[in-house]
Design a protein. Structure first.
Lengths: 446, 548
């Protein structure tokens, strides 16, 4: 087997040194009747060529985003990732290293984490950021738990514009922890009355902008009302590129900002792995979940970096820890920071403007199709359209015509009576030809 | 003279005659570092740059980047009417950029300050730092897997469902369990998923109010009690015994109608297979509780024993350990959870199932025939990791996976047998599974601690073993070589540890207490980092003054 270096001679010599006759003598603690005599009922080993054939055959059964006009978003976005990013994250020293518990030989990881934290803090307009979470949705769950710790209250109010998967993740976690969640109904227009839900028992208000229907939300009023009642505002985003063009959540008064960082540096990957961004006001540092990287010096006085404030964490605090998390999203976080470094603020702003411009162009073209109504007054690179036929059916028909048109709202909210709504996203990858193909196909289907 | 960031271009102590004067901020800073590094390194002549041939010093991105530089060529869009509702950003973001060659060099230099599996032996106990085959990377990057959106029509992702189903079949077969929840994003997330399934099952039985205690042995990984507490369980410890095993009578003593589950790591963190596991499972089940198994150490028994045969109800599998998806400096991981028949109906959405002879994806509770407890994450979990793990499994096959476990156990025992005369074993000299545990009794009176010993290993070119874990052992050293090491690699490692051990016993204290001497950094001051946390770069003071 190509991955296993020991020869039979080696094994014999090693068993002799250990002083046992066979390798099964080392498994003597496994109850005899439970020790397997034969290999399990799965195929035997395969060469590289054969494995590649099997998996390539499976991959070929999927339609990749780059191969068609592509407008699918709703929390994961198709962006161009520079070749440099994927090359660098595959360097052995990044790819095959562990969580930097031995900082003297992990300064590469630690320095990029420190840089990543600085970038995320700047982007979100917050004081501090952690070294990343699994993804935006689990990060949102952790943000709610953090708000409960800070406020010593246990009721979260979730906006009807929060991504339904995020809502489900928060609800699952809260139900299990016996915490209270108030979920507002789906808010297609971005005009819900969330202020009236905030009272003195509210721990946090969770608002996404741009929201899942694409509306750009002003958080200032919500922040003010939350703060009046001693509650925290958790601002969520699922499209990190939007931060290049929109006011930062921090500048609008958010206490915790959490979001999905996939758009920058990371491929679609059918939903994961992604990278959760998590930032907060500095007074809440000690209640933050996840890894934090901090600056220090070594014995010679040279600057270096270490994981820090670990007394919050499970390996020290066990059942009193702020979270059970013990990893971040290392390589995805590295991909994010490399891409962000290549962009810089100049590139990010331009990328964001291109996204917005493409979405505006698409919205204007779709608005001219009979049977299509664009619902949004505001949006960044995604908006909601109302169709004259059920969206799920339209999307299937368009897929047959080689256009991946977007996400039917009914897929996210099956029982909400919103079957005629379609979420449509447009990024820098879309061309005039893509838009023309979409419009032409839609005209045929509607 | 000030550089473009408004900072003096030479360290003040050196004045204008300093050779770095006028060379810009980076050169000046390097000069400062060079003086420091030169003084602290034995036998080295200080260099002007602070670099030492291939060992390069790399400033922070914020010290070399510029706000008007970008490494991505994009054309400004034509004029258009924005639809942002007046919420455009008006302030500067404050993020510098680098051109592509600068970025490439920055990250390559950073990478060179890291130790990885490809660098050398990485015996980090309970972490399973095995070889990461690049075939798996190539497969995960096939556009049919990497460039597919989680919410594009199911009719366009049949191959993705097939892959998830096939991975699930492998995991269920290897463990003899009923089903698998693939979506958890890491081991701790998998634990949470398993414990949520247990909680849901207990609530379905109407015992949610009364069964709220979870038994956790003291030797358990910290995530176990943290997970249980996170969803409202009360954690009751099971004390450690002097033989390293959990005893069935200790479990029985704590069992009652209030006990929901036990969280048992098997093989355990002391490197031993829990030899009373069958009796413990029986006792747990008779008391109406569930058996959660922490599968962190599954690599010892893949193809040798099936957790389902041992009475396990739920077990997470760290794909990044046992099935070699890269650890990536701390993630991303993946923690699918296999479930017994009793817990299977409660598995969270989404999952892949067969309906009318075709694979379908169930994404909402309402569409499930079963009673899912909810959702762990947006979308469908760590697809990129699923591909890599299946690529590993297909490559190894049933015979290769069995061989890998046997070699992992053989390698650990070879180290044990080769060091047992010098190092102390807390539970006596007996066979271990895929990792061997030593304590620090043998270091008594040497003035050398486990930490010092670990840092001296760094100087010898090794990543240290896991230190101070499990907590039940004083000064623990947990060594897991994995099956990826050759005999000659192990022989050199053993010889090195023996040399270090003898040096420690001989009183060569400085070799340890001052270590590492040869790493990119000397020992780092972690106390200082925690006392006054500096968690991001801020512009140095002179810049602010210059701006005024």
């Amino acid at each position: 087997m190509r991955y296993l270096p020991l020869s039979d001679t080696d094994r014999g010599e090693m068993l002799a040194r250990i002083g046992v006759k066979s390798v099964d003598d080392l498994f003597a603690d496994i109850p005899k009747n439970m020790l397997l005599k034969e290999p399990v009922d799965l195929p035997r080993r395969k060469g590289e060529l054969e494995v590649e054939r099997i998996l390539s055959r499976m991959a070929a059964r999927n339609v990749s985003a780059s191969s068609v006009p592509f407008f699918v978003g709703a929390g994961a976005y198709k962006h161009h990732v520079p070749a440099t990013v994927d090359h660098l994250i595959q360097r052995s020293e990044f790819l095959t290293s562990y969580t930097p518990y031995q900082p003297e030989i992990a300064q590469g990881t630690l320095q990029y984490l420190f840089e990543f934290q600085t970038q995320v803090a700047a982007l979100t307009g917050m004081d501090v950021a952690n070294a990343s979470m699994y993804d935006g949705s689990t990060g949102t769950g952790e943000a709610v738990l953090m708000a409960h710790r800070v406020t010593k209250r246990r009721k979260a109010v979730l906006s009807g514009g929060l991504h339904p998967h995020y809502v489900d993740v928060v609800k699952t976690l809260s139900d299990m922890a016996s915490d209270q969640v108030v979920t507002l109904p789906a808010d297609v227009s971005g005009t819900e009355d969330i202020l009236s839900q905030i009272d003195d028992s509210t721990s946090c208000v969770v608002v996404q902008t741009p929201d899942v229907f694409g509306n750009v939300r002003d958080l200032k009023v919500i922040a003010d009302k939350a703060h009046q009642h001693g509650a925290l505002l958790i601002a969520v985003f699922t499209e990190a590129v939007s931060l290049g063009l929109l006011q930062s959540p921090g500048s609008m008064g958010a206490d915790i900002v959490v979001g999905e960082g996939q758009s920058i540096g990371n491929a679609l990957n059918f939903g994961g792995p992604y990278v959760g961004l998590f930032a907060a006001k500095s007074k809440y540092i000690r209640q933050m979940p996840g890894r934090l990287c901090g600056e220090t010096v070594d014995a010679d006085g040279n600057r270096g970096f270490v994981l820090t404030l670990s007394t919050r964490e499970q390996h020290i605090r066990r059942d009193k820890a702020t979270s059970n998390i013990c990893t971040n999203s290392g390589l995805c976080c590295l991909a994010f920071t490399i891409h962000m470094t290549l962009l810089g603020q100049a590139g990010l702003k331009r990328l964001a403007r291109i996204n917005h411009a493409n979405a505006v162009k698409l919205a204007d073209r779709l608005a001219g199709v009979k049977g299509v109504e664009v619902l949004n007054k505001t949006f960044f690179n995604e908006f909601t359209v109302k169709l004259s036929k059920p969206a799920a059916e339209v999307v299937e028909r368009l897929a047959e015509k080689g256009v991946l048109a977007g996400v039917p709202v009914s897929r996210l909210l099956p029982k909400a009576g919103l079957d005629d709504l379609l979420l449509v996203a447009s990024t820098e990858v879309n061309t005039d030809d893509d838009r023309a193909a979409f419009v032409a196909a839609l005209k045929e289907v509607l | 003279m000030l550089n473009r960031q408004g900072r003096p271009s030479a360290p003040q102590a050196h004045g204008v005659s300093d050779p770095a004067a006028g060379m810009g901020d980076q050169a000046a800073r390097l000069q400062g570092d060079a003086n420091q590094l030169g003084s602290g390194s034995p036998g080295g002549h200080p260099t002007f740059t602070g670099n030492k041939a291939l060992a390069q010093i790399e400033p922070l991105l914020f010290e070399i980047g510029r706000h008007d530089v970008t490494g991505v060529d994009l054309d400004e869009p034509e004029d258009f009417e924005p639809r942002l509702g007046g919420l455009e950003r008006k302030d500067e973001i404050g993020l510098p950029g680098l051109s592509e060659p600068e970025a490439m060099r920055h990250y390559v230099r950073l990478s060179q300050m890291n130790y990885g599996i490809d660098t050398g032996l990485f015996p980090l106990g309970s972490c399973t730092m095995k070889h990461n085959a690049r075939l798996n990377e190539r497969m995960a990057r096939l556009p049919g897997f990497s460039d597919v959106h989680p919410l594009q029509p199911v009719s366009t992702v049949k191959g993705a469902l097939e892959l998830m189903n096939e991975l699930g079949r492998y995991l269920v077969t290897l463990t003899n369990m009923t089903t698998v929840a693939l979506s958890p994003k890491a081991g701790a997330h998998g634990e949470l998923c398993g414990m949520m399934a247990i909680k849901a099952a207990i609530e379905a039985r109407g015992e949610g109010k009364t069964r709220n205690v979870v038994l956790v042995p003291d030797s358990a990984h910290g995530t176990n009690p943290a997970t249980a507490a996170l969803i409202g369980f009360v954690v009751k410890p099971v004390p450690a015994r002097e033989d390293g095993w959990v005893h069935v009578e200790d479990v029985k003593e704590r069992l009652g109608p209030d006990v929901a589950a036990i969280m048992l790591t098997n093989p355990n963190t002391c490197g031993l297979f829990e030899n009373q596991v069958a009796e413990i499972a029986k006792a747990i089940h008779e008391a109406g509780a569930y058996f959660y198994c922490d599968g962190a150490n599954f690599n010892a028994i893949v193809g040798k024993a099936k957790p389902g045969d041992l009475g396990v109800d739920a077990m997470h599998i760290n794909l990044h350990k046992t099935f070699s998806t890269p650890h990536g400096g701390g993630g991303p991981g993946a923690g699918p959870v296999v479930l017994s028949e009793r817990l299977a109906p409660f598995a969270p959405v989404p999952f892949v199932t067969v309906k009318d002879g075709e694979l379908t994806l169930v994404e909402n509770d309402e569409d499930a025939d079963e009673t899912p407890f909810g959702r762990m994450t947006a979308f469908h979990g760590q697809m990129g990791m699923y591909v890599r793990a299946l690529s590993y499994m297909l490559s190894h096959g049933s015979d290769g996976m069995k061989q890998a476990s046997e070699d992992a156990v053989l390698n650990a025992n070879y180290i044990r047998a080769s060091l047992s005369d010098l190092f102390s074993q807390p539970f006596g000299d007996k066979p271990c599974m895929h990792e061997v545990l030593f304590d620090d009794t043998w270091l008594k009176d040497t003035g050398v601690t486990t930490l010092d010993f670990a840092k001296a290993m760094i100087d010898e070119g090794y990543h240290p073993m896991t230190m101070y874990f499990p907590l039940v052992v004083h000064g623990a050293m947990l060594i897991e070589p994995t099956e990826s090491e050759s005999k000659s690699s192990l022989d050199l490692f053993i010889a090195t540890l023996r040399d270090l051990a003898m040096a420690a016993k001989k009183g060569d204290k400085e070799r340890f207490t001052g270590a590492p001497y040869h790493a990119p950094r000397r020992r780092l001051d972690e106390t200082r980092a925690a006392r006054t946390p500096v968690l991001k770069w801020t512009p140095p003071a002179p810049m602010a003054e210059a701006a005024e």
